[in-house]
Design a protein around this ligand. Structure first.
Ligand code: ZN
Length: 360
């Protein structure tokens, strides 16, 4: 069995880690997460630095204590968020050799994120699994932009590793310590992906991540997702950043990916899109969607439906409530509807991952 040993417990792989970007998976609390089988979450250094502030979290004993969360915490570097800000408006951010300068919205204060600061803050937050600051690009960006992205990603990863090592001085071998992952960039260019992976492997990290847009214009995974797994030796865990559709996860696990995070199941839940397994995860057919379907809980057809969202699901929503009641909660816009829907979708993902673990 493949697993990830961290200072806050062992995660069976492959694993799906829901996004708790701002220190909460929206609409649910940490007890709820544990109850549906979530073992790890992903927070974001950029958002937590903005509110409540990394030093606030540090003074309160770290993110685990702050959130009342006993499981594993991975921390996103913020590279993708700054990229998204710049893509939205050049006013919101810029990139130099030093790092990123950004503001989280018009009228907000300007902030800088250097590789060193990125690691310092992840230590303050108290993440078990840290990510190097990386420079994300659009897959269709011109070659010189992709090249620049790889050069900066590698240079920043080197600086992150140095800062990481500095902060671990005095930690004895065998003592619990966080892990540092680096992100492989390079867009759709195989040569750039290869040189990025090779240089990062030479610096040496605990694990790696697939960086950039994983999904092509047709909605399927881009070809470089598989290529990056070929480039990174199997002894290293590989995280598919932002990969989250159930059929994409099944495909990536087949390729040898170990970790996933995505806002999809929780965001879908708040929009009333619930995931229902069609055969109790018995087959996990890799054809898109063949092993599950969506229940759009706000649909009128569920008005008098006494059944749970999914027969056989052991989540708090399915054990206690009917489709009809859940539909009612959505209709009146009560937060309890969001919570139950989120718990159901996260339970769906936990059951999916358990099914995939048993196949490995
Ligand atoms: Zn359920």
């Amino acid at each position: 069995m493949r697993e990830l040993r961290t200072a806050h417990g062992v995660i069976q792989l492959p694993a799906f880690l829901p996004d708790a970007t701002r220190g909460v998976v929206r609409a649910v609390d940490s007890d709820d997460l544990a109850r549906v089988g979530v073992e790890g979450i992903v927070v974001n250094v950029l958002h937590l630095s903005s509110a409540p502030g990394a030093s606030v979290i540090s003074s309160l004993g770290g993110i685990g204590r702050f959130m009342g969360w006993k499981g594993v915490v991975a921390c996103d570097s913020g590279g993708f968020q700054v990229y998204s800000l710049i893509a939205r408006s050049a006013n919101l951010g810029s990139v130099t050799e030093r790092g990123f300068t950004y503001r989280l919205g018009q009228g907000r204060a300007k902030e800088t994120l250097t590789p060193e600061k990125c690691i310092e803050r992840q230590f303050q937050i108290g993440a078990d699994l840290m990510f190097c600051l990386d420079y994300c690009t659009h897959p269709e960006a011109p070659e010189e932009v992709q090249r620049e992205s790889v050069e900066r990603t590698v240079a920043w990863a080197r600086r992150c590793k140095e800062e990481f090592a500095r902060r671990l001085e005095g930690v004895e071998p065998g003592e619990p310590r966080p892990m540092l992952f680096a992100v492989v960039q390079g867009g759709a260019d195989r040569d750039l992906r290869r040189s990025c992976a090779e240089e990062l492997l030479e610096i040496g990290f605990d694990g790696y991540g697939y960086g950039g847009w994983p999904v092509g214009s047709e909605g399927g995974l881009v070809e470089t997702v598989e290529y990056v797994r070929e480039l990174v030796p199997r002894e290293f865990p590989l995280h598919g950043l932002g990969i989250g559709k159930p059929e994409s996860i099944v495909r990536c696990v087949g390729m040898g990916y170990d970790l996933f995070d995505c806002t999809l199941p929780t965001r879908d839940a708040r929009h009333g899109r619930l995931y229902v397994s069609t055969d109790g995860f018995a087959t996990l057919d890799e054809e898109a969607g063949a092993f599950y379907e969506h229940v759009r809980i706000e649909d009128d057809r569920y008005r008098r439906d006494e059944r749970p969202v999914e027969e056989g699901c052991d989540c708090p929503a399915c054990r206690g409530y009917s489709r009809s009641y859940l539909r009612h909660l959505f209709e009146i816009g009560d937060a309890a509807g969001w919570r139950l829907a989120t718990l159901h979708n996260l339970r769906f993902y936990a059951r999916l991952m358990a099914g995939l673990q048993s196949r490995r």
